[in-house]
Design a protein around this ligand. Structure first.
Ligand code: DAH
Length: 337
């Protein structure tokens, strides 16, 4: 037997006996590696005689091919054996871990619906901070120093004189301070008042503010927009009523009531929204803050509104008590999942 053939058989025996990856890798390096013993024969080829060369060349090729194939085969054999062993330790009949699936809070669902309707009418989203300056909350909104909302009994004041915003109307001012007209935004968010907590009052509640400023905006635009919104939300059969009201930052001002057979409240008018035409003084205050005349009340007009989100959700879902929104009782929340 040619020594190369002997070498090949030794290598094959060693590979067949290997019981792990390391042993196979060691064999590969020993025989086929750069300094391996089969490779050494290849390096010697140059020094062989003409007669020897073809035979050694042939044997060398054959040794390389068989040893390489044996290495692959055995590595595969080991892999399969290990896999089978791993699988044997897994009990596929064990019950799995249940993944708890969450759902959106009813207030969030209400908000998504409302935002969706306003977006279809071209309103963009705006926002402002919950902790506000008195300027944004009151002064710029034409709310005088003796207005009850400015009283410490009604509003949460911070030591530095800032307030927890009593309404989202602050975002009207912030939006106009940062951009010239035309404006068409809604601003959903929380508002805070020192209310006695009961079934219909909470120290924190939610509103959607709206502001639309353009040339020749009239009460007809205001009515059309809000009637459309409320019918989309409560169904085409619902009735919408505008009542004259007073807000410092709008003139004229209205409150809107809704009545619908579809609602659990039945045939009763329910107040859902305050609104009106932006007061010229509000435009002047904004100009003052902007240090320009971008909101010239002779050129621009607008309407604004504030919708009570918690109230809307209560009506829409037939929820009797506002406090349920914050109690995190799963029996309540699951009904909206
Ligand atoms: N900010 C008022 C409130 O919280 C609601 C409101 C009334 C908002 C009239 C408006 C508006 O934008 O024009 O009671």
């Amino acid at each position: 037997m040619h020594p190369l053939e002997e070498l090949r058989d030794t290598a094959l025996a060693e590979i067949a006996a290997a019981t792990d990856d390391q042993a196979i890798e060691a064999a590969r390096v020993r025989y086929l590696g750069r300094a391996g013993s089969i490779s050494a024969w290849a390096n010697q080829m140059k020094s062989l005689s003409k007669e020897e060369k073809p035979l050694v060349g042939k044997l060398l090729n054959e040794a390389r091919t068989t040893v390489t194939a044996a290495i692959e085969e055995n590595a595969q054999r080991l892999r399969l054996a290990k896999e089978a062993q791993d699988l044997a330790t897994i009990d596929i009949s064990l019950p799995g871990t249940v993944v708890e699936q969450g759902a959106l809070h009813p207030l969030t669902q209400m908000l998504d619906r409302a935002i969706g309707i306003f977006r279809r009418m071209g309103f963009a989203l705006a926002e402002g901070p919950d902790v506000e300056s008195e300027w944004h909350c009151f002064d710029a909104l034409n709310t005088p120093a003796d207005h009850p909302a400015r009283n410490e009994q009604d509003t949460f004041y911070l030591a530095d004189g800032r307030v927890l915003r009593t309404h989202t109307s602050t975002v009207q001012i912030r939006t106009m301070e940062s951009a010239p007209p035309p404006i068409r935004v809604i601003a959903p968010g929380a508002a805070y008042r020192r209310d006695e907590v009961d079934a219909t009052h909470s120290a924190q509640f939610h509103q959607i503010e709206g502001l639309y400023v353009d040339r020749d905006v009239s009460v007809a635009d205001l009515k059309g927009t809000l009637e459309f919104f409320l019918r989309e939300l409560f169904g085409p059969d619902s009735q919408v009523r505008f009542r004259p009201h007073y807000f410092p930052f709008t003139e004229p001002s209205f409150e809107i009531d809704v009545k619908s057979k579809a609602l659990r409240s039945g045939e009763k008018w329910i107040e859902v929204c305050g609104c009106g035409m932006v007061h010229p003084v509000v435009f002047e205050k904004v100009n003052q803050a902007r240090k320009d005349a971008a909101y010239d009340p002779e050129k621009w007009s607008g309407f604004a509104f504030g919708l009570g989100m918690d109230r809307l959700a209560m009506i829409l879902f037939g929820i009797p008590d506002l406090r349920m929104f914050a109690q995190n009782d799963l029996r309540f929340l699951r009904q909206f999942a």
